[in-house]
Ligand binder design. Structure first.
Ligand SMILES: NC(=O)C1=CN([C@@H]2O[C@H](COP(=O)(O)OP(=O)(O)OC[C@H]3O[C@@H](n4cnc5c(N)ncnc54)[C@H](O)[C@@H]3O)[C@@H](O)[C@H]2O)[C@@H](O)CC1
Ligand SMILES: [K+]
Length: 505
């Protein structure tokens, strides 16, 4: 499923109408019909339905929905919130069809009238404004939206809740709080932003016959879900040996935080890493070796107990390195991070405290010729970019793309909607996961899964997307079957990985 800005959506519409030759009124018919068939799945013929219709093409969709429901004997009426002369073009064509079917249209934007329609309806269908919204809502729409938000029982928005921007980086709007939104053809960017996503309520994207694959410039953002995972996860070769699935090194852990690196190691092994070495401090090795007996261990303290240098890391033995989890923020850890980034000739994943150390000299990232993957949560990403977290969260696609381009790195920006970005700007949003993952250790587990995936895939983008998919899907299955959002632990997620493979493959 593509993720688009309003501009990209208009270009997709234009392409379909002008280049493919699909008549615009037919496209509107498709949109209204597709949304109607979803709406009839969630309402009943006993419901009193009022469709609020505005002056643009979103209103045109509203008239198609009105006609479709009316001809199927639903109790439907239209409240047109703009004067008749503002209904023009294809919207007028569809209004006429609806009237020809004896459909009823009331024209009013008066608050008392609106209030009456809202309180006497079981279902409000919001087709006032779609992706054509500019700036904050003007009157009378502002008041109409407030009345609906305060008094409506159940609101279904068409394409996007009225007033909500499709794009990132826009604040200070007021919008319909929908219970359901049927999104036309492609997911709008605001579906994946913390400050806008809740307005959609539940949502589903409905295809309407737009031809994307024939476009020269297809959108570079899309969602990553089950069918991507199934179709891209490399098969395990029956003749494989342990080396086939990668020799990984996980560097991290400290006396205060020995658990992080243990969780990373276990998650990497559960996710399919062939061989795993944990690089950590000497006294961490003794505390975690019993809990992760499948791993081998390498001492990477800067100094050993006699004050001499610890053994150098044999980089040539590893196919991929993940570092940072629980390693601490002292100078020794910083030296280790810089050493790995300078010397390792394999992909390196930098997480947690590793990102803190990278901040000391981010130019080190673009100096490397082997791939780098950074896996920040919003706080870490904001720290790396030196922007306030709120600003980052308003424009996570933009900031991820900017960081990936400047430093030529892969970025996994973790969150409810984890965004995976490739240096060339391609982006995917992972669709699995839930609030049970908002716990200490979740990131350590994800790092381990990423390590395992990067070693198994030839394509790093697919590896990162699949790692996020597995991590989120493990949590989803655990919540579905035997855990809750409250009790789920990071170690449960590790033990949930087998269910993901067994369910989806
Ligand atoms: N060919 C197409 O372009 C298609 C468009 N479709 C629908 O058309 C929508 C886009 O249509 P339009 O481009 O006509 O735009 P919209 O219908 O989304 O909105 C335009 C109207 O909103 C009003 N408006 C904008 N900002 C406002 C504000 N701040 N306060 C008050 N009023 C404001 C404008 O005056 C204008 O009348 C999509 O969301 C989708 O629902 C679908 O029918 C599929 C085909
Ligand atoms: K709408």
């Amino acid at each position: 499923m593509y993720i688009v800005t309003a501009k990209e959506m208009y270009e997709m519409d234009r392409h379909t109408i002008q280049e493919i030759g699909l008549d615009e009124r037919l496209l509107m018919e498709n949109a209204g019909r597709a949304v109607s068939s979803k709406i009839t799945g969630i309402i009943s013929k006993q419901n009193q339905i009022c469709i609020f219709v505005g002056s643009g093409n979103n209103g045109g969709d509203g008239f198609v929905i009105a006609r479709t429901l009316h001809t199927q004997n639903y109790n439907v009426t239209v409240l047109q919130i703009v004067p008749d002369e503002r209904i023009t073009g294809e919207a007028l064509y569809h209004k006429t069809l609806y009237l020809n079917c004896n459909g009823s249209v009331h024209v009013s934007s008066d608050a008392t009238e609106v209030d009456k329609f809202v309180t006497s309806s079981d279902v409000i269908i919001d087709a006032m404004i779609g992706i054509g919204v500019h700036d904050e809502l003007r009157e009378p729409v502002y008041t109409i939206v407030s009345i609906i938000n305060q008094k409506a029982d159940f609101v279904i928005s068409v394409d996007i809740p009225t007033g909500l921007p499709a794009d990132e980086g826009i604040t200070g709007f007021s919008a319909i709080h929908a219970d359901w939104t049927f999104v036309i053809e492609a997911a709008k960017m605001s579906l994946f932003l913390e400050h806008t996503a809740p307005y959609y309520g539940k949502w589903e994207v409905v295809p309407i016959g737009i031809s994307i694959n024939t476009m020269d410039d297809v959108p570079k953002k899309y969602t990553w879900g089950e069918h991507h995972f199934r179709s891209t996860l490399p098969k395990r070769d029956p003749y494989a040996h342990k080396g086939t699935h990668g020799k990984g090194l996980a560097i991290g852990g400290s006396v205060e935080m020995p658990g992080s690196i243990a969780m990373t190691a276990k998650a990497a092994l559960r996710a399919g890493a062939g061989l795993l070495t944990v690089g950590t401090a000497k006294n961490v090795i003794s505390s975690i070796a019993q809990t992760c007996i499948e791993a081998t261990y390498l001492m990477v303290d800067d100094h050993n107990e006699h004050g001499g240098k610890a053994a150098a890391i044999p980089f040539e033995r590893f196919d991929c390195i993940v570092m940072g989890m629980g390693m601490g923020r002292d100078k020794e850890a910083e030296r280790l991070v810089m050493h790995v980034l300078n010397e390792a000739n394999c992909p390196v994943i930098v997480d947690a405290d590793g990102l803190f150390h990278v901040k000391a000299d981010p130019s080190i990232l673009s100096k490397r010729s082997d791939p780098i993957i950074v896996t920040p949560h919003p706080g870490e990403m904001a720290m790396l970019l030196e922007v306030p977290i709120a600003e980052l969260l308003e424009k996570p696609f933009h900031y991820s793309r900017a960081f990936a381009a400047i430093h030529q790195v892969y970025v996994v920006l973790k969150g409810k909607h984890t965004i995976i970005t490739v240096p060339d700007g391609k982006q995917a949003v992972n669709q699995t996961g839930n609030q049970g993952l908002a716990k200490g250790g979740s990131g350590d587990v994800l790092s381990g899964i990423i390590l395992a995936m990067v070693m198994q895939h030839k394509n790093i983008f697919q590896a990162l997307c699949n790692a996020c998919f597995v991590h989120g899907a493990a949590a989803d299955l655990l919540i579905r079957d035997n855990h809750s959002y409250y009790d789920l632990l990071a170690t449960d997620v590790i033990e949930g990985i087998p269910a993901v493979y067994r369910t989806f493959l």
